[in-house]
Write a protein that binds this ligand. Structure first.
Ligand code: SF4
Length: 118
């Protein structure tokens, strides 16, 4: 996990284990982080149950894992990047939540997942 030392949260990791609305603030750090995909792949592959990793909350990761049960290695999927498309990564419609609430997976994150699987 050499990427850990390059993570923007390395000096304040407790910030990534915020609850509720503070998770959205934590995610803004991830969006600028140079190791976001390494971090997200680690959390998905190791079924991290708590905290914000790679700009996804535990709830969002659980949802993604439920929708993509066939992915054995997210690290492999992200490494493959633009070289080939995984059939199970075909984009799904973004679920729109009720007005005033953030979507289950923000559109920006969906776009990033689409970009790495394109
Ligand atoms: S992506 Fe977020 S949680 Fe992961 S190392 Fe970077 S800042 Fe920390």
């Amino acid at each position: 996990m050499d990427w850990v030392d390059r993570g923007l949260c390395r000096t304040q990791p407790e910030r990534m284990f915020a609850e509720g609305a503070a998770q959205n603030e934590a995610k803004t750090v991830c969006f600028k982080c140079p190791v976001q995909l390494d971090c997200l792949a680690y959390a998905l592959d190791h079924r991290e149950e708590h905290g914000v990793w790679g700009a996804m909350t535990e709830r969002e990761r659980r949802s993604l894992l439920r929708r993509r049960p066939g992915v054995a290695s997210w690290a492999e999927v992200f490494r493959a990047g633009t070289t080939h498309r995984e059939p199970e990564l075909e984009p799904e419609p973004v679920r729109v939540s009720r007005p005033g609430r953030a979507p289950a997976i923000p559109a920006a994150e969906v776009a990033k997942l689409r970009a790495v699987s394109a």
